[in-house]
Ligand binder design. Structure first.
Ligand code: ADP
Ligand code: MG
Length: 622
């Protein structure tokens, strides 16, 4: 091919990329080592993709070297090259892959990076991939040939706002038979990366688990393999140390933290497969991103097949690692993965193992488990709603902040339950502090009844399922009737404050009902309150108030009218019967107070203020 005359074409970076590069170059990011890990990881992915495509098209792999990775430092030219014999990129792929970031959440990440003080930490979490190379290089030249293509393209950039793309010259056409060569023209302060021992150190620390051989090419051009290039998950557990697992986790997951849980086993029987899975100890920034997929990679007999094969349910999407099957056909297409019955079996068995492992960690190493729960508990709880079959197990796994303490399990709750207490009580809200002062807790507190305080957004949803644990139904203190009657007060005197006759009670309720009319579904005497005047609850059939609020925010669902519960022993309530003109104002005040205590605004804040002022002034005159 003669392509020598075409002039290079300039193209701008996607705005987020330009911004990211600017931040990276100008922030004090000390962990520059990771650039090499990122380039090697991309080279390894490219070799994986080649091997996968070659299953259907063996011709792709026929010419050129086997998929492998070479690192070539050149002290004279002050360049470091990372070369792979992988799948390569054509012109459009170079433009798309090295000019944009396709990952979801990039925009919000860049925004956070701009504000954050600890940008370094965030960069690590996000994994800026290829662009990390601009931390150490003032100019990068990528020359690539897509497997099977007769064209070689050169992408080059000095960071800044864009890159250039041009056809390669004849020399490069000959040099690159297949795959990608990335040449970094190193910055002055990055020259240490030309030293063999530095390169080896980084590869050992970060990339030893890469399955393809990595060669370091010496000054005389002699290649020397510097990684072990074995699939760690295929090795017996007895040969592996905690450090090996940590490295495997960091290299497979592209992570920097320690794994909080490691699960490594081999299943034999109707199906054979190796499993190496990890739970991270820190939360990724895009955990709740809808587009975020599970990150467990599927291999078939050591060949990478897919990293989005839904090998675990969505509520375990934080788990990272590898499942390597001996039985699946190598030429399984990505579409076939979805309905493959063998894969469905693997998924079921592995899900059970992961949950079992979490369970035993919770019992044997509560501190390690606490890390996982703090980071991912909100995700695991989605399973209580989604995974009917494992509902009981997931409930047992869950830990809660309650009125009695932190990280309480339902098992502990049931062990400490009061005699005659029939239900497990909970209250859903925005913050623990707010919940703790919610009047709906008063009567439970006075009786020493423990209440789960739920503040994750997902709590409003899973609690909507009918649930019980250890034979005790879960019950919202914000919904339906509660009957604490059989559980005595802790202190006798709490029970009887004031003395109201049944006739007066009925009259008070009738007055409030009349005043509020259509605003509430009903007005009742409360069992929940001891010192506050009123609270709002949902009827037994309606959704919990917290869920109702959440749905209202998103304009979903029909709002149900709440029930107003009033404390007939409260002086303000007791005053209603004799209050004449003020009775209507007091009734509304009871409703509006209850709304405020639930974290809502009164429907008409101005009318609320006017009412309050009227009542206060009325009181002052007396
Ligand atoms: P990620 O690896 O997370 O996708 P990167 O920024 O590291 O993000 O790489 C962006 C994309 O560029 C990759 O997804 C891949 O398509 C392409 N790419 C990078 N390096 C190579 C390479 N050596 N060979 C083939 N494609 C590559
Ligand atoms: Mg990458």
């Amino acid at each position: 091919m003669t392509t020598t005359t075409a002039a290079p074409e300039s193209q701008p970076f996607q705005a987020e990329v330009a911004e990211l590069l600017h931040l990276m170059v100008h922030s004090v990011y000390s962990e520059t080592d990771i650039f090499l890990r990122e380039l090697i990881s991309n080279a390894s992915d490219a070799c994986d993709k080649l091997r996968y495509e070659a299953i259907a098209t063996p011709g792709l792999i026929a010419d050129g070297a086997p998929p492998e990775i070479r690192i070539v430092p050149d002290k004279k030219a002050n360049t470091l090259a990372v070369v792979d014999g992988g799948i390569g990129m054509d012109r459009q792929e170079l433009i798309d892959n090295l000019g944009t970031i396709a990952r979801s959440g990039t925009k919000s990440f860049v925004a956070r990076l701009t504000e954050a003080k600890d940008g370094a930490n965030l960069i690590g979490q996000f994994g800026v991939g290829f662009y990390a190379a601009f931390m150490v290089a003032e100019r990068i030249v990528v020359t690539s040939r897509r497997a099977g293509s007769d064209q070689v393209w050169v992408w080059s950039s000095s960071g800044g706002s864009g890159f250039e793309i041009a056809p390669a010259d004849d020399e490069a056409e000959r040099r690159i038979v297949r795959g990608t060569e990335i040449v970094l023209h190193l910055k002055k302060d990055a020259e240490k990366y030309l030293e063999a021992y530095e390169i080896e150190r980084i590869v050992r620390a970060w990339s030893d688990n890469i399955q393809f051989p990595i060669f370091l090419v010496g000054e005389e051009g002699e290649p020397r393999q510097i990684n072990s290039a074995s699939a760690l998950w295929q090795r017996p557990k007895s040969e592996l140390s905690a450090e090996d697992y940590k490295q495997a986790y960091q290299s497979i997951a592209g992570a920097f933290d320690e794994p909080a849980m490691t699960l490594h086993y081999r299943a034999e029987g109707r199906q054979s497969y190796a499993v190496l899975l990890f739970a991270p100890s820190t939360k990724p920034f895009d955990l709740f991103d809808q587009a975020r997929k599970g990150k467990v990679k599927l291999y078939v007999r050591r060949v990478f097949i897919a990293d989005d094969a839904d090998l675990l349910p969505a509520y375990l999407r934080f788990i990272r690692g590898v499942i390597d099957s001996e039985d699946l056909p190598l030429n399984i297409s990505r579409e076939m993965l979805q309905n493959n019955p063998q894969l469905a079996q693997i998924r079921k068995a592995v899900t059970g193992r992961v949950i079992g492992e979490l369970e035993s960690l919770g019992e044997k190493e509560p501190e390690g488990f606490a890390k996982i729960w703090d980071a991912f508990g909100a995700v695991i709880k989605e399973g209580i709603w989604e995974d009917f079959e494992r509902r009981e197990k997931l409930l047992a796994l869950s830990r809660f902040t309650t009125t009695s303490g932190d990280k309480r399990s339902l098992k502990q709750y049931v062990e400490d339950i009061k005699p005659n207490q029939t239900d497990i009580y909970y209250l859903v809200g925005d913050s623990i502090e707010r919940l703790k002062s919610n009047p709906k807790l008063e009567s439970a507190k006075a009786r020493g009844i423990e209440v789960l305080l739920l503040t994750d957004p997902v709590d409003a949803f899973w609690t909507a399922a009918p649930l019980d644990f250890g034979g005790k139904p879960l019950k919202s203190l914000s919904q339906g009737d509660v009957d604490f009657g059989l559980v005595p007060f802790m202190e006798e005197k709490a029970e009887d404050k004031g003395d109201v006759s049944a006739a007066d009670e009925a009259m008070t309720i009738a007055i409030v009902k009349e005043a509020l009319g259509e605003r509430v579904a009903d007005v009742r005497a409360s069992q929940r309150l001891t010192s506050s005047a009123s609270c709002l609850v949902a009827s037994g059939e309606a959704r919990d108030r917290a869920l109702e609020r959440l749905l209202a925010q998103h304009d979903k669902g029909v709002a149900h009218k709440p029930i107003l519960e009033i404390n007939l022993k409260h002086p303000l309530v007791a005053a209603i019967a004799a209050a004449k003109d003020a009775a209507r104002d007091i009734s509304f005040l009871l409703l509006e107070q209850a709304q405020i205590l639930d974290g809502e605004l009164p429907e008409d804040p101005a009318a609320f203020a006017a009412r309050l002022n009227r009542l206060v002034l009325g009181g002052l005159k007396v």
